[in-house]
Design a protein around this ligand. Structure first.
Ligand code: UDX
Ligand code: UDX
Length: 455
């Protein structure tokens, strides 16, 4: 039986390997992680990440040909193919701090594979890595003396959180990069065969290693850039009474532009966009391409500006003083349908509001526990409240930060009746019925649209 190992049971490794196992009953898939409580959770019905449809996929294969374990050593020994899906966060220290990728986990994995392996293996980079990392990986792996041969492939993951299962089931494309040598191409074919179990062959793209590595960074940079572009226009819309939703629709119907990823918001979050753009900028910088680096950095700067602008508008519209006022943040996750808060705009918004001495209350259906961890240093100054009605009780303002569906259908008359007047709504996701809210009596401020105010 062909054996696949994945090192790293996170948001990427866990769901991806579960899908590979489900679709390839003849392949044995093992997922290992140094975090034993995470592995315990993968072996339970209470999975460590919230993702619609994931539990069904896991249950279809777990115990048959899908296994979660902490025995990394044995996993490496037995595997024919090893995916490395450990985290590669932005470096916080030393050279390149704040921009470059921290590759220490990843390098440790490479050394561990080298140390343990007794048979030839294909090593697949699943983590997002700087271009030419495969080169370094191959050099480490091939520094051994026991004759074991390694072939390194790049196979970036494009799934988005919240829709991971649908994205894995019906991917726009699978990207596999490998060396243009007979051994490299043989390894590429082995990985193509794994995906061809359910993905149409024409959707499996094969490229050289460096193109594959760079495509991942570029895809995320382009997606984030679209959000920053529309957010930049949202600021101009607010100043001119144009409506950013109408502008986005008007430009998005141009088939050359396309309609997706043009939703103006309080800003983009998530574990990838900022990290990957900064990494891209750092790479450009290190190749002496300063103008290119600066171009991409601006996408991140605009995103931070958008978050600060959101809070500045709240302050300005609430009579330039929000100290002591109760404000309810609706949502803390970086987007709907996930409990993930990594780089969520809610974090900066919450901190900026606290800096203004706001009496802050935060509600979220999935991310409240994580919010308390993210804001641990200021947690005594915040109320964490699962019920949005309770959160809004006695508040001066509501600020929608995550586009959870349930916020669209709350009884806003009931909420209004229990708020301090004048009552304010700041819709950072443009998901509410603004006209209806205005008619109830709210002063309504959304992203990139004229304000609806009674005062
Ligand atoms: C990670 C990378 O961050 C991202 O760049 C890449 O695109 C895909 O892999 P994610 O799955 O979201 O994304 O990361 P995370 O949820 O943090 O999972 C990484 C896992 O690796 C953690 O469970 C961690 O415990 C584990 N790990 C880390 C190891 O098993 N060994 C290590 O040496 C380091
Ligand atoms: C992203 C990429 O989409 C995915 O391909 C890659 O593998 C990982 O990074 P993810 O971070 O899960 O996925 O979420 P995504 O849906 O891309 O949203 C990122 C952020 O942008 C969220 O905060 C979202 O709310 C925001 N966004 C997205 C907008 O503000 N407007 C939009 O139009 C789209």
């Amino acid at each position: 039986m062909y054996k696949i190992l994945c090192i790293g049971a996170g948001y990427v490794g866990g769901p991806t390997m579960s899908m590979i196992a489900k679709k390839n009953p003849n392949v044995r898939v093992t997922v290992v992680d140094i975090n034993s409580s995470r592995i315990d959770a993968w072996n339970s019905d209470n999975l460590p990440i919230y993702e619609p449809g994931l539990l069904e996929v896991v249950k279809a294969a777990r115990g048959k040909n899908l296994f979660f374990s902490t025995d990394i050593h044995r996993g490496i020994e037995e595997a024919d193919m090893i995916f490395v899906s450990v985290n590669t966060p932005t470096k916080t220290f030393g050279h390149g701090a704040g921009e470059a990728s921290d590759l220490q986990h990843w390098e440790r994995c490479a050394r561990q594979i080298l140390e343990v392996a007794k048979t030839d293996k294909i090593v697949v980079e699943k983590s997002t890595l700087p271009v030419r990392t495969a080169d370094a990986m191959a050099r480490i792996l091939n520094s051994g003396s026991n004759g074991v041969k390694f072939e390194v492939l790049s196979n970036p993951e494009f799934l988005a959180e919240g829709t991971a299962i649908a994205d894995l089931d019906h991917p726009d494309r699978i990207l596999i990069g490998g060396h243009d040598t007979p051994a490299g191409q043989k390894a590429v074919q082995a990985l193509v065969d794994v995906y061809a179990a359910w993905v149409p062959r024409e959707r499996i793209l094969t490229t050289n290693l460096w193109s594959s590595e760079l495509s991942k960074l570029t895809a995320n940079a382009f997606l984030a850039q679209r959000v920053s572009s529309i957010n930049s226009i949202s600021a101009l819309c607010e100043a001119t009474d144009a409506d950013v939703g109408e502008v986005a629709h008007a430009i998005g119907t141009d088939s050359r532009i396309g309609s997706r990823f043009l939703k103006a918001s309080v800003g983009f979050g998530g574990s990838c966009f900022q990290k990957d753009i900064l990494n891209l900028a750092y790479l450009c910088q290190s190749y002496g391409l300063h103008e290119v680096a600066e171009y991409w950095r601006q996408v991140v700067k605009l995103n931070e500006y958008q978050q600060r602008r959101f809070v500045a508008r709240m302050l300005r519209e609430m009579f330039n003083t929000i100290a002591g006022k109760r404000i309810a943040l609706f949502g803390f996750a970086f987007k709907a349908d996930t409990g993930d808060t990594r780089e969520s705009p809610a974090i900066l918004v919450a901190r900026e509001l606290l800096a203004e001495h706001v009496d802050l209350v935060i509600t979220d259906p999935k991310a409240l526990a994580q919010a308390q961890i993210d804001l641990a240093d200021v947690k005594d100054r915040i109320q964490f409240e699962p019920d949005p009605y309770q959160a809004a009780n006695g508040a001066h303002a509501i600020a929608v930060v995550t586009e959870w569906d349930q916020y669209k259908t709350l009884d806003y008359q009931r909420i209004y009746d229990r708020m301090i007047k004048p009552a304010f709504v700041f819709d950072g996701r443009n998901i509410l019925d603004h006209k209806a809210l205005y008619e109830i009596g709210f002063n309504v401020y959304s992203i990139g649209k004229a304000a609806l105010k009674h005062i």
